[in-house]
Design a protein around this ligand. Sequence first.
Ligand code: GLU
Length: 273
Amino acid sequence: MSSSQKYVGRLAPSPTGLLHLGHAATFWIAHQRAKAHHGTLLLRNEDLDPQRSKQEFVDAMLEDLAWLGIEWRPPMAVQSARLALYREAFDRLLAGGFVYPCSCSRRDLAQMVAAPHEDTDDEPVYSGKCRPTTSVAHAFEEGMNYRFRVPDSEAIRFTDGNMGEQCFTAGIDFGDFLVWRKDGLPSYQLACVVDDAAMRITEAVRGADLLKSTARQLLLQCALSLPSVAYFHTQLLRDEHGVRLAKRHDALAIRTLRERGMTPAQVMAMFAT
Ligand code: GLU
C-alpha cells in the first residue's frame, strides 16, 4: 500500500455455519488494523457454496459481529449477486490461455489425497491428468470445471504482515487449481481476487489456513493484471487437543458462549491470552 492510499480491509465470512472463536479473533484483528490505519472495513458475504450457505447463518453472523463490537461499513457485498463480474474475469483467463477444462470425476480427485497429517481444508495437488501440453485459449463449455495452469517449479514469494517471508512452489505445494466450477460458479480463489480488486481492498486479514491460497491468488492477480493486496494471516486457534477450531466446534460458537452468559469482553479475553 502506498502512503497516499487509504487502508481498506475486509471481513469475508462464508455463511456455512456459526461464527466461532477463531473467526472472532481474526475479525477483531481486522477491525483493530482498520482502526489503527484510520481506514475502512468492508463486509463480504462469501455465499458461493449453494449447498452449504444459509440465510440463517448470514443473520447470525451479522448479529454476532454487532454483539462483539466489530464495526464495518455498509453495504455488505454479496458474492452470489456478483456473478457477472467473476464471469468477465474468467473469460479473460480463458482468452489468455491461463485455464483449461478438466473432466476429472470426484473419484479421480479423491485419489489425489492430501498428506493425511495436513490439518487443512486445502485442495489437493492436481495430478495434471487433463492438462494440455501447451497453454492455449479455450472456448467456454457449460458444465465443465476449469483449472488454472500453474507455472511448475516457480517459487511464489510474499511477505506476510504477521507471519513474515513466505514461499510456496507451484506444482509442489499446490497444483493447478479450480477457477470455474461445472455448476456455473467461480471458485473461491477467483471470486476472492476479483472482489478484493473491485472493492479496492488494500489489506486482507485472514486465517493462516489460507497462506497457500494467497500464493494461488497472487498468480491470478498477475494473470488478470489486478492490483496487489497486502496480506496479514492470523495464527489459527486450536482446541485443547490441538485440533484447529472449525465450525464443527459448536461449543466455541460465539452464539453458544453468549448464551452461556459470557460478555463480549470475556469472549475477547479467550483469544487474547
Ligand atoms: N470465506 C473464507 C472463509 O470463511 C475467507 C476468505 C478470505 O478471507 O479470503 O474461510
